[in-house]
Design a protein. Structure first.
Length: 334
């Protein structure tokens, strides 16, 4: 599965430009599902039919955070805007991939005082991207205004831990791909929704289930891991302690019955789990709660350090446990 994680995280796929990721997933799963389609918005929907008469939807979003070129200044340097939740401090010194052209982010400062102040107050206004050209005209050939960029860093395998850009949420996508390949004779009909534009407003999730009668929807996403020095004190998620069952975040409160069902399934199958109350952020579960007349929803989260940075870190055993939990839920009565 690590080769799958490496391959899918290193793809280029900012919000609204997920086609490369979608084609990769389609090739991985098309021989293992009963139905597959791409909707008008670009969501990839795959179905494995069951016999219980009930339908579960599992979601993972294909897009990653990025930037977009807004202006090209003298010398061919790029000014950028965020696509999704970028922290400007994470951009300084980072390499960005603009559809194959690699740039590095620098920070402005004409005096020592100004440079020091800008490092203290990093913003999109005082950083720029150098793509290795000497003129505005040359820059326009490689990265004209409107070109999307993503972090350029690749996958690192530490054994138990893994590091990469775009683990949010390619690790969710990889978990669903692996689940699809392992799933045999599932009791419930299972819809796998690989969705677009989560990072800019849960866009894909609002429409991906609209044509289906879904009994329960579960987003597979990442959550903050608070096991680093001086981490936020009001949350307890940790690497290596299993997938997290979300109680709430800023976007949604998980359905109580769905939470209890996931907990009971984990216990009955001896799968480690954590409970998650996230004091920030949100997932596609909020989109499914608002679909049609509403779908009871929850999120299963994979704890991740350094979310929305070039170097996100997970524990591999948490991913394995997540796949086991999804497989168990496809058979669990409700």
């Amino acid at each position: 599965m690590k080769e799958l994680i490496k391959n899918i995280t290193e793809l280029y796929g900012p919000s609204g430009r997920e086609h490369e990721v979608r084609e990769f997933i389609k090739k991985e799963i098309e021989d293992y599902v009963d139905e597959i389609k791409i909707d008008k918005l670009g969501n990839l929907i795959a179905i494995k039919k069951g016999h219980s008469g009930k339908t579960i939807l599992f979601d993972a979003h294909m897009d990653e955070i990025g930037v977009v070129v807004t202006h090209i200044i003298d010398g061919g340097f790029l000014k950028i805007e965020q696509v999704g939740g970028q922290f400007p401090l994470n951009l300084v010194g980072a390499r960005l991939n603009f559809k194959g052209r690699i740039g590095v982010v620098g920070i402005e400062g004409e005096t020592d005082k100004e440079l020091r102040e800008n490092y203290k107050n990093v913003s999109l206004d005082n950083i720029y991207v150098d793509i290795g050209v000497s003129s505005k005209e040359e820059a326009e050939k490689y990265a004209p205004i409107g070109t999307f960029g993503v972090f350029a860093d690749g996958f690192v395998d530490y054994g138990e831990y893994c590091l990469s850009k775009a683990l949010d949420d390619r690790i969710g996508c990889a978990s669903l791909i692996e689940t699809i390949k392992q799933m045999k004779d599932n009791k419930h009909t299972v819809i796998f929704a690989f969705t677009v534009q989560e990072e800019v407003g849960l866009v894909g999730a609002f429409v991906s289930a609209y044509d289906y009668n879904v009994d329960r929807a579960i987003a597979i996403d990442v959550t903050d891991s608070l096991d680093t020095p001086k981490a936020l004190k009001r949350m307890s998620m940790k690497l290596g302690y299993g997938p997290c069952i979300k109680i709430k975040d800023l976007a949604s409160v998980s359905d109580r019955e769905v939470v209890d069902w996931i907990k009971d399934t984990a216990v009955n199958n001896n799968i480690k789990y954590q409970l998650e109350v996230l004091t920030l952020g949100g997932t596609n579960a909020a989109g499914y709660q608002r679909t049609k007349s509403g779908i009871p929803s929850c999120t299963i989260s994979i704890p991740t350090r350094y979310i929305h940075s070039p170097h996100e870190m997970i524990c591999y055993s948490d991913v394995v446990d997540t796949v086991e939990l999804i497989l168990a839920l496809s058979e669990a009565d409700f």
